[in-house]
Write a protein that binds this ligand. Structure first.
Ligand code: KG4
Ligand code: ZN
Length: 354
């Protein structure tokens, strides 16, 4: 082994606290996930109908150390080569809990550490691997990525690690946000994306007509606020009893509108770039209808499609660890001045060709 190879990091401990999921993982530089443990706060925020930042950060403080103890129970610190933590974008109070913990571990255990961009984690999530999931190709080939979550909905052309060109993004609401707002209005609680998905399975997707925005325009941009308003108007015109009777078909029709827009934009990207490798990632990629439609589309268009298993779709520390260890092996390190940022940083993405 030469000096350069021996200085490469093999295994890292990763921490994700950017929003309301506390997550800790141990990941190898080839994407192998040794451990992944997460604590969901859904029940704590549901009563408020949305995420309450103060509650989120307090809960991270409560859960994080015990999750670290649990993932480290079967590991020796000498086998951990570095610490990775999400430091952007996200809720500042939540990010701080992860960052302070990562810095403290790095100092006390004598390990290098790195702050990473949460969205880069989502882009690499389909390339994680474990005993039940193996991706068919690697992140260093060019591919089109649809990252679709509660806070973000964007289409990227990825050329390799760190080379992320934004093709288009939502002009207003993220798709997950649209799912969550609709779920709340229809009485399914918060966050409701997964519940809309469940209800939709028993419904008729053409029973109600919802708008699909920016479908004819030659753009990668998306918009879901018109859909949200149309749904609100429809629900306001219905009685509580009618909503209950038609809940499954309302969910199926609403879900259909979002999924069709997403597949349409993916299709345009593949057509114009001629890149026939596609990943769909982020919380909304857990949607069973989106997965089914995407698989049919990919088969028809001879596209090689990767959608991570559900455990890597929603926020998790494994994807953060993988992004971090790859960057650390290119020599990147953070110092103790590193802090949280609510937004991405200049240079995180190339927006010049939008
Ligand atoms: O990636 P994620 O865990 O957090 C963010 O970075 O935002 O995504 C959470 C979002 C929420 O809006 C949630 O409602 C949505 O993903 N989601 C779903 C499903 N599972 C989670 N949306 C539709 N169908 C699902 N099965
Ligand atoms: Zn996320």
């Amino acid at each position: 082994m030469n000096d350069e190879e021996s200085s490469l990091l093999k295994k890292v401990l990763a921490i994700e606290t950017s929003c309301d999921d506390t997550s800790v993982a141990i990941v190898d530089c080839d994407g192998w996930v040794h451990q992944l443990l997460s604590a969901s706060q859904d029940q704590d925020h549901e009563v408020f109908g949305g995420i309450v930042p103060e509650i989120a950060s307090r809960n991270h403080s409560f859960y994080l150390l015990s999750l670290i103890d649990k993932v480290m129970a079967s590991q020796d610190w000498s086998t951990i080569d570095g610490i990775v933590v999400t430091n952007r974008p996200g809720l500042v109070g939540s990010l701080i809990v992860g960052i302070i913990t990562a810095k403290t571990l790095a100092q006390t255990k004598g390990k290098p550490f790195l702050g990473v961009n949460h969205l880069e984690g989502h882009l690499l999530a389909p390339f994680l691997r474990d005993s039940q999931y193996q991706p068919q190709w690697s992140y260093d080939l060019p591919f089109i990525a649809l990252a679709v979550s509660g806070g973000h909905t964007s289409l990227y052309q990825v050329q390799g690690l760190g080379q992320y060109r934004i093709l288009g993004t939502t002009r207003d609401d993220a798709a997950g946000e649209a799912f969550d707002k609709f779920a709340k209005k229809i009485g399914l609680g918060f966050p409701g994306g997964a519940k809309v998905d469940q209800w939709a399975q028993k419904g008729d997707a053409v029973a109600f007509s919802f708008p699909r925005a920016l479908m004819k325009e030659e753009t990668y941009e998306m918009s879901f606020s018109g859909l949200k308003s149309a749904a609100q108007r429809l629900l306001e015109a219905m009685s509580e009893e009618e909503i209950q009777t038609h809940r499954a078909s309302l969910c199926a029709s609403f879900q259909q509108a979002i999924c069709e827009v997403l597949i349409h934009k993916l299709d345009r990207a593949v057509r114009l770039t001629q890149i026939k490798r596609v990943v769909i990632t982020g919380g909304v990629s857990a949607n069973s209808h989106l997965r089914a439609l995407a698989e049919d589309w990919a088969k028809k268009k001879r596209v090689s499609l990767l959608i991570p298993p559900l455990r890597y779709c929603t926020d998790n520390a494994a994807m953060i660890g993988y992004a971090g260890v790859l960057r650390m092996n290119r020599g990147e390190r953070s110092d103790l001045q590193m802090g949280p940022s609510p937004r991405i940083l200049p240079g995180d993405f190339d927006v010049s060709h939008q």
